[in-house]
Design a protein around this ligand. Structure first.
Ligand SMILES: *Cc1c(COP(=O)(O)O)cnc(C)c1O
Length: 402
């Protein structure tokens, strides 16, 4: 199959390509999407099993979200955070309820900003000389200077020294290593429940409980980065709820979210227990939670609650994981709900996972190579059984045809 879009984009002159090539040269230009389907500028149809990196969890052009955005655009776009608006208040109270209550929400515009805010909360609550945030190797927390230093993919740090002080990395799922890294300079532990960018690595059941105990013992904030895992993706509203009673007292102190919150409209949020939240003057942003983004998030949360999105993710995830194991050269799967990695026998097929992802794209399926040997799949939470079967067929053709 020819990669026509590569040619059409290339034909326009790569020397004059106006975007910084931070993401490589895109092989396709999408123009339209509907539910699980995407269409490129030549009208070719694709199944989107990546969702813009776990963002469009309700599928593309969801009518409830589209209507909310259109209506809000005609009603009130922005008034600044010196004033409150109804969409933001509803979204904040829904998030707080889904976290088990007794907390407060701060809105921002992206995942990295939510982590920046969490880092500030750690420093504020740590106080005198206690400012170090301990995070995991292979973690991903963002690309701003501080969140890049929190990110445990050390190869990303190289060119950007000096990074802000106050970060330390430990192996994931290793409680002794974490305990060994703690000292009187530490203010918080920051972890993902599933390391999305790190390869879809799931936290062990005992690990997070032990992290909670260590945080209590050393008076540290337990901060969970749910930017990728939050809002139903893992089969619970938030990934931490696989590990702790959602209604109980034992839970994280700070939870960050972003990606799926606006189904494609940029919005992020920090939830924190009331006793550790920001107070007047301590944090601010011009756009965070403004009416347009908040009305999209309100439509997302209302829709997700109406369809019980976490339950859909759980059942579709079980089905997809099971069927992946029937695909030739799939060695293993891991993940939670609809955040899944399929480990490929790349040695046998002589292709990296990235190259397999490109073949899938040409065959009409959007996935990505999350490690050199693993594909990541993150379809919409309301993906249909037919689309799952179609995706499995495409993968079977791509991987079986070697
Ligand atoms: C994507 C991601 C971020 C960064 O979010 P941006 O919106 O790209 O800044 C942070 N943490 C995790 C776990 C992510 O997956």
């Amino acid at each position: 199959m020819d990669s026509m879009n590569t040619k059409t984009i290339a034909a326009e002159g790569l020397d004059d390509y106006p975007l910084m090539r931070t993401y490589g040269i895109p092989p396709v230009q999408f123009v339209r999407g509907s539910g699980t389907e995407l269409f490129d500028r030549e009208g070719k149809r694709y199944l989107d099993f990546l969702c813009g990196l776990a963002v469009t969890s309700l599928g593309h052009s969801h009518p409830a979200v589209a209507d909310a955005i259109a209506e809000q655009a005609r009603t009130l776009l922005h008034v600044s955070n010196l004033f409150e608006t109804a969409p933001g208040l509803e979204v904040a109270s829904t998030i707080n309820r889904l976290q088990g209550g007794r907390g407060q929400v701060f809105f921002c515009n992206s995942g990295a900003e939510s982590i920046e805010g969490a880092i500030k909360l750690a420093r504020k609550n740590g106080g005198d000389g206690r400012h170090v945030v301990v995070s995991a190797l292979k973690s991903f927390h963002g690309r701003t200077l501080a969140t890049l230093h929190a990110t445990g993919k050390l190869e990303m740090h190289g060119a950007f020294q000096p990074l802000p002080d106050g970060f330390r990395h430990v192996p994931y799922n290793d409680i002794e290593a974490l305990e060994g890294a703690l000292d009187s300079s530490c203010a918080a532990v920051l972890l993902e429940v599933v390391q999305g960018e790190g390869g879809v690595n799931v936290a062990d059941a005992e690990y997070l409980a032990e992290v909670r105990s260590l945080c209590d013992k050393h008076n540290l904030l337990m901060m969970i980065d749910e930017v990728q895992t939050g809002l139903g993706r893992t089969g619970k509203w938030f990934g931490w709820q696989h590990y702790f009673d959602p209604e109980g007292d034992v839970r994280p102190d700070v939870v960050t979210m972003a990606k799926a919150l606006g189904n494609g409209v940029p919005i992020g949020a920090i939830w924190a227990k009331k006793e550790v939240a920001f107070e007047a003057g301590e944090h601010a942003t011009t756009f965070g939670g403004q009416p347009l983004a908040a009305s999209a998030a309100r439509a997302v949360l209302r829709t997700m609650e109406a369809i019980d999105a976490p339950e859909l993710a759980k059942s579709a995830g079980d089905e997809l994981m099971g069927k992946l194991l029937t695909v030739p050269h799939v060695l293993d799967t891991r993940g939670l709900g609809l955040l899944i990695a399929a480990e490929i026998d790349t040695a046998a097929i002589g292709k990296s996972a990235g190259e397999v992802a490109l073949s899938c794209l040409e065959a009409g399926l959007v996935v990505n190579g999350v490690t050199p040997t693993a594909l990541r799949l993150a379809p919409p939470l309301n993906v249909s059984p037919e689309h799952i079967d179609e995706a499995i067929q495409i993968l079977t053709n791509v991987l079986g045809g070697e």
